[in-house]
Design a protein around this ligand. Structure first.
Ligand SMILES: [Zn+2]
Length: 75
């Protein structure tokens, strides 16, 4: 199964793996990483950035909703 890196196109390799439970069975998850550690760091940074962005977007939405509710309540 081909799983190239999104950034450099190199074939990704198995990184850390861990076990998780799905229902009553144990499954092994394996995280694939880019063999180029500098590239992998970039990919991780982008993922973290994206996560932070969507988290702050969610917070902004939540705050806008609260502000609207407060406005309505003040009427
Ligand atoms: Zn890469």
């Amino acid at each position: 199964m081909s799983n190239p890196c999104v950034k450099c196109g190199k074939e990704r390799v198995d990184g850390k793996s861990w076990e998780g439970k799905v229902g009553s069975s144990v499954v092994t998850y394996t995280m694939t990483i880019c063999p180029d550690s500098a590239c992998q760091k970039q990919v991780e940074k982008e993922i973290a950035d994206r996560k932070a962005k969507s988290a702050s977007l969610l917070r902004a939405k939540e705050e806008a909703k609260l502000a609207r509710e407060r406005l309505l309540a003040a009427r």
